[in-house]
Design a protein around this ligand. Structure first.
Ligand SMILES: Cc1ncc(COP(=O)(O)O)c(C=O)c1O
Length: 387
């Protein structure tokens, strides 16, 4: 069988199992309502939690940056791709996160690759929560270190594994998402900080979904847990609450300098365009100035969570703006997603391998400006589907 015939057969098999991915084509800016196939729909699947991706101030900052800098930088960060906007953004991120330094990368995916490849190598041990984002796991796999995953948020299991494995390795890195992207629950950071000390490990938190949303100042899950100064490395993205594009690593100056000098995913790629730095900076200013955005987002989510529970939905351990509706088989999740689509809600099915088998789901992400009437209609739909 030729490579292409085999590929066709593999795709057909994914289709038969309800696992083939198609995606929607969106025809408008990402806001609480979007246009798909000419129809206005309620968007329940965007990470633009604070509705900043199309905010007038963010747009205007981006337009000004394009007028001044053009679109691309045409070089990697180490050659001539570092502009004064990159430095300004890095300083602002480090100040907000309270770290010595920060480094901006092209994506959050790359930020994980840069950090992990600098922190661990052959002979080291990486312990990752089983539900860590794919970019965390891929980054860890690429290091040559031993990678072990522990059951989701199970600190007893983590301690037991570390007691057995830690003595055989040089360095140890503990890595977890701060806010889990498919489940909407948070990591037990207070315990992780203790474990990090007990086992002489480095604690890395991927806070992509919490940055801008959780914590009094929107600084993320460590701020919310009261351990902001005890997380060694924070990974973040500019593409979710900040509504822009790009990633960052915040931590000690020595780590940032080492990434700058040695991390292949940092060195051998073109720098993030300055327009994205300008957009992220403008968005950060709004996050600082308007705490009500994150408060509204979390309030909307609380209300939706309670209503979904009352409607009999299985929402797992969600405590944040990400709310899964766990349905089981991929087919059930697809059917529910299609039902939502027909009723005017964009809520794609999340299926294996993104989530574990038999936990296929709709993943609802709540935005600050979702209207309760829309969310209520969605709850009614979920309730009707259960009946
Ligand atoms: C937890 C987590 N980490 C990292 C990423 C990657 O971020 P980016 O989309 O900026 O590459 C994502 C999102 O896709 C994510 O959910």
């Amino acid at each position: 069988m030729s490579v292409w015939v085999k590929m066709q057969a593999d795709l057909a098999m994914l289709e038969r199992r309800g696992l083939r991915r198609h995606g929607f084509i969106v025809e408008s800016p990402i806001e609480p309502r979007v246009t798909v196939a000419g129809v206005r729909m309620v968007c329940l699947c965007s990470n633009n939690y604070l509705n900043l991706a199309n905010h007038p101030e963010v747009r205007s900052a981006a337009a000004k940056a394009i007028a001044q800098w053009g679109v691309g930088v045409g070089a990697s960060r180490l050659i001539s791709g570092t502009t004064s906007l990159h430095i300004q953004l890095q300083d602002a991120l480090a100040a907000l996160r309270g770290t010595e330094a920060a480094l901006v990368t092209s994506t959050g995916y790359a930020a994980n690759a840069c950090a992990m490849s600098t922190l661990a190598a052959a002979g080291d041990l990486i312990m990752a929560d089983k539900l860590s984002h794919a970019s965390v796991i891929d980054a860890a796999r690429g290091t040559g270190a031993v990678l072990r995953t522990y059951h989701h948020n199970d600190m007893d299991r983590l301690r037991a594994l570390l007691t057995r494995l830690r003595p055989n390795h040089k360095r140890c890195v503990l890595v977890t998402d701060g806010l889990f992207s498919m489940d909407g629950d948070v990591a037990p950071l207070i315990e992780l900080v203790e474990i990090r000390k007990q086992f002489d490990a480095v604690l890395v938190v991927d806070d992509s979904h919490a940055f801008g949303v959780l914590g009094e100042g929107g600084r993320g899950s460590a701020e919310a847990a009261g351990v902001a100064d005890e997380v060694d490395v924070t990974i973040g993205t500019l593409s979710k609450a900040l509504g822009a594009m790009g990633g960052f690593i915040a931590g000690r100056r020595v780590l940032i300098d080492m990434i700058w000098n040695t991390a292949r995913p940092f060195i051998y790629t073109t720098a993030l365009p300055p327009v994205m730095c300008a957009a992220a900076l403008a968005a950060m200013e709004i996050v600082r100035r308007e705490p009500q955005r994150r408060q509204n987002c979390l309030r909307n989510a609380d209300r939706l969570r309670q209503a979904l529970i009352q409607a009999g939905a299985h929402i797992g351990g969600s405590t944040t703006q990400i709310i899964p509706i766990i349905l089981g088989t991929a087919q059930r999740a697809l059917e529910m997603s299609q039902r939502c689509f027909k009723a005017g809600f964009l809520a794609p099915a999340i299926r294996p391998p993104t989530v574990a088998p038999n936990t296929a789901r709709l993943r609802v992400s709540v935005m600050a400006e979702h209207e309760w009437n829309d969310l209520k209609r969605f709850v009614d739909l979920v309730a009707a589907a259960k009946a």
